[in-house]
Ligand binder design. Sequence first.
Ligand SMILES: Nc1ncnc2c1ncn2[C@@H]1O[C@H](COP(=O)(O)OP(=O)(O)O)[C@@H](O)[C@H]1O
Ligand SMILES: [Mg+2]
Length: 344
Amino acid sequence: MLVGGARLGKVVVGGARLGTVVVGGARLGTVVVFEEVSPLITSCLDGYSVCILAYGQTGSGKTYSMEGTPSDPGINQRALRLLLSKVGERSNSWEHQLSVSMVEIYNESLRDLLDSSSNTPLDIKMAPGGAGELYVPGLMQRNVQCMQDINKILELGHKQRATEQTNVNSHSSRSHALLILTAKGRETSTGICTTGKLYLVDLAGSERVSRSGAAGERLREAQCINRSLSALGDVFSALRSDQAYVPYRNSKLTYLLQEPLSRDGKALLLLQVSPTEKNASESLCSLRFGDRVRAVELGAPARRIEPPPLREQTETESLTGRGARNTSLRKRPINSGRLRIGLQ
Ligand SMILES: Nc1ncnc2c1ncn2[C@@H]1O[C@H](COP(=O)(O)OP(=O)(O)O)[C@@H](O)[C@H]1O
Ligand SMILES: [Mg+2]
């Protein structure tokens, strides 16, 4: 366990592939947290599937960490800005295309936050082709090329999330919000293509809702949240005990996050803890959850790489028999030594 930045009230628990950053005690600027998570974020440009989840009770600062404020932007905006600048830095050897989707999961129903014309719930489906990839038919994907694009997308997503109910804060704390970035890359010298994904997740409040007090719609919401957060816990415990079957399909949340939460992915839990004493018991529950999560080892993460089309095949790939039509090297570990890659 690594304990750092005590004066900021920050504890970093890490070491395994699935790291946990605990934020609490004092008001901690997002910039400090962002430093911890930025290497994970940029690895999506190399073809990794990455996910950062903000977990904690309502009021512990999840939305502050992910969305932030105009004076202290959150991880969502900082991540997109960082990726844009990295894409610029690599532009002499790589071409990258970034696109963003934003969805909300409320009462187990998936809603597109970038499509203001439709309120139809979305589905998660298995892509044809048998590679086990998931996709969401009809989900809006917006290309991001400059800061203006980022601002427009985040503003629209925020507005769409807020329009659902009059009580904005309580609604947002009862739904999960996901920003999904897809980074497609092509190394210009070899033609090798990568597809990386970044999932930034502002989870619904983890507090236990007293059964006696909740009724009607409120009870249904509480049940849906409990079920999906338990499903998340179940996925972690299946991974921790290295079970062959991991129950991703038990909730929309875990199904959607199947790729980054698989043994090939990279995930980090941002554990938000309220600094006030009256929340101590919920904070303890959150810390216990974090403690269980940090025991998870996801294994060696793998990049999603596709070889160049046949005419651009490099000598190494021809020799290994890779690069033939439709051959997908999805999830081949970087250290498998079977593909030569330009960037680590
Ligand atoms: N690090 C921080 N610095 C300053 N204010 C914060 C910080 N974290 C949370 N807050 C404030 O605390 C309140 C609750 O935070 P919020 O992000 O809405 O919690 P949650 O999303 O977990 O319900 C908000 O008013 C938010 O602005
Ligand atoms: Mg919130």
